[in-house]
Design a protein around this ligand. Structure first.
Ligand SMILES: *[C@@H]1O[C@H](CO)[C@@H](O)[C@H](O)[C@H]1NC(C)=O
Length: 135
């Protein structure tokens, strides 16, 4: 590894978090499912994060409220109606929510744990509608 100058890196990365297209992590802005159905969210990440923990949480995302997260040894983790799976080969991870309920709707985040600095996060709005008449 060649040492790299990091001066000024943090503030500009904070700015970039807000700009689509320049993200170290990205995904759909909005996903919709129907009550009783399931939905799947796919988030893409940059190769430098291939070995980091990936997670999915409902806003506000604080440490103890990570809904599901991968671990170093487990690339797929299931918790209740939710599961998360990391696909390092395609630099994506997918989150699945099953047996959707109306109260599952709201803002969520795809996240990547980055030790010693800010986690990378991408906000995804989940909507849950009744029945299929709107489709
Ligand atoms: C990820 O882990 C693999 C296997 O331990 C290693 O070969 C690779 O260099 C790591 N990649 C990064 C970006 O840390």
């Amino acid at each position: 590894m060649t040492p790299r100058v990091r001066a000024g890196w943090l503030p500009s990365s904070l700015l970039l978090l807000q700009l689509p297209g320049c993200l170290s992590l990205s995904g759909p802005r909005r996903v919709t499912g129907i009550v009783g159905g399931s939905l799947r969210v796919e988030c893409q990440y940059r190769e430098e994060f291939i070995n980091n923990t990936k997670y999915w949480c409902k806003h506000p995302c604080v440490l103890l409220r990570k809904t599901v997260e991968t671990t170093e040894s487990e690339r797929e983790v299931r918790r209740g109606r939710m599961s998360i799976r990391d696909h390092p080969a395609s630099l994506t991870f997918t989150v699945t929510l099953e047996s959707l309920r109306e109260e599952d709707a709201g803002p969520y985040r795809c996240g990547i744990d980055v030790p010693f600095t800010l986690d990378r996060m991408f906000e995804v709005e989940v909507s849950v509608t009744r029945g299929s008449s709107e489709l």
